[in-house]
Design a protein around this ligand. Structure first.
Ligand code: SER
Length: 324
């Protein structure tokens, strides 16, 4: 029987940190190689330092370890992308082209590459944004993801590369911090609520965005990658929905646990990026093709985030009586 050997590129990032753990429980620690440009935490096993723009090195790693699947997670997110357009385009698109080419030449079984709600633009429907609609991204990140979606489709259609993709909403997690995204406020707000009981938000209080708790995102990735090839009808990238909320909604939810928590609003350029994205997503194709269903809503995500983060920070959450 052929052994699945997995290479995760961008393994130290927000998704990678949790995906490597999940993949290792599915495939075994020795079969999942974690690669990142950053050094891992001391004691991390099967880790390689790898620059995703180094095509020859990726190719050599694939050959040396007999890699059969690549998860390409390295990327520059929306807010940082607007400040570093050339670097964001190069990192986000060149890395994908490199991996797709290797997948074709080395006949890899599967590739996973995340896209984003950032592919949508001001012309897309604001609410319940469907899979097929007007898609005119207006950020460097969004343009790079939309181009990437078409490259995935191209490599599938032309060369049969089994590349699968999800348009992730903003991801919320407690293990590794996100970096340089517009939706990242929804992670920082938890840290600030616990440490300072105060947060200054860079979006307006009513700027609603699609979001997802990381356990749902990891499960979605594994489910999509495990589904038989014939079930996959979208070869650009699947819409995926978890929950939708605005800064005032998450602030109110956190306040139920930390009553003295206060938020100030000082919107900056990131507010315009958020304004150009849908407030909610319709994901009927993912539900149909691989029976996708999110588990977490705003309340259950907030409860879990505060619980886990306070444990990590060695803090005691105040016990708040629920009022019915
Ligand atoms: N989380 C991303 C960002 O804010 C969107 O997918 O850039």
């Amino acid at each position: 029987m052929k052994i699945d050997k997995i290479l995760v590129i961008g393994a130290c990032g927000q998704i990678g940190t949790e995906l490597v753990t999940a993949l290792r429980s599915q495939y075994g620690e020795e079969n999942v190689i974690a690669a990142d440009i950053n050094l891992p935490k001391p004691g991390t096993k099967n880790h390689l330092c790898l620059d995703v723009l180094d095509h020859e090195k990726i190719e050599a790693v694939v050959k040396e370890y007999g890699i059969t699947q690549i998860y390409l997670l390295a990327a520059m997110l929306s807010a940082n992308g607007e400040q570093n357009a050339d670097a964001a385009w190069k990192l986000n698109v060149q890395s994908l082209l490199s991996v797709l080419k290797i997948a074709k030449e080395q006949k890899l079984d599967k590739v996973f590459w995340p896209s984003s709600i950032a592919v949508f633009g001001p012309g897309s429907p604001k609410y319940n944004c469907p899979q097929q609609t007007r898609i005119e991204p207006n950020t460097v990140y969004g343009i790079s993801k939309r181009a990437g979606e078409y490259w995935c489709n191209y490599y599938f259609e032309k060369y049969g590369v089994d590349v699968r993709s999800i348009r992730f909403p903003g991801l919320i997690s407690y293990t590794a911090p996100p970096g340089g995204g517009t939706t990242d406020y929804a992670v920082s707000i938890f840290h600030e609520a616990l440490e300072n009981q105060h947060y200054t938000c860079f979006l307006t209080e009513d700027n609603c965005l699609p979001m997802m708790y990381m356990p749902d995102a990891i499960r979605a990735t594994l489910e999509l990658m495990n589904v038989p090839k014939e079930k996959i009808t979208i070869r650009t990238s699947y819409n995926l929905a978890g929950m939708s909320f605005a800064p005032c909604d998450i602030a109110a939810e956190i306040k139920k646990h930390i009553p003295e928590f206060k938020v100030a609003y000082e919107p900056d350029y990131r507010n315009a990026i958020a304004n150009s994205w849908p407030a909610s997503i319709k994901d009927e194709q993912a539900r149909k093709d691989w029976e996708w269903k999110p588990k977490y809503d705003l309340k259950s995500m907030t409860d879990d985030m505060l619980q886990k983060l306070s444990e990590i920070k060695g803090m005691q959450l105040p016990v708040v009586e629920e009022v019915y």
